[in-house]
Design a protein around this ligand. Structure first.
Ligand SMILES: [Zn+2]
Length: 64
């Protein structure tokens, strides 16, 4: 299982996404962010989106 917390991406938020694949974890976090942090999602520039993706990969936990 892979997991990633919203807090690791800089939000003051207790949401943690867990899924079978890192790809699914990223999708869950994008869905969560669109609902819970729309102000961030709406103002994301392409370079910020790339940085966010990099952050997600850096903080992704593989719990086997
Ligand atoms: Zn969040």
């Amino acid at each position: 299982m892979f997991s990633l917390s919203c807090r690791d991406l800089g939000h003051d938020c207790d949401f943690v996404a867990t899924a079978e694949t890192d790809e699914q974890v990223r999708k869950l976090l994008y869905v969560h962010a669109a609902r819970a942090h729309p102000e961030v999602e709406e103002t994301l520039t392409p370079s910020q989106a790339r940085e966010l993706d990099r952050q997600m990969q850096a903080h992704m936990k593989n719990e086997g």
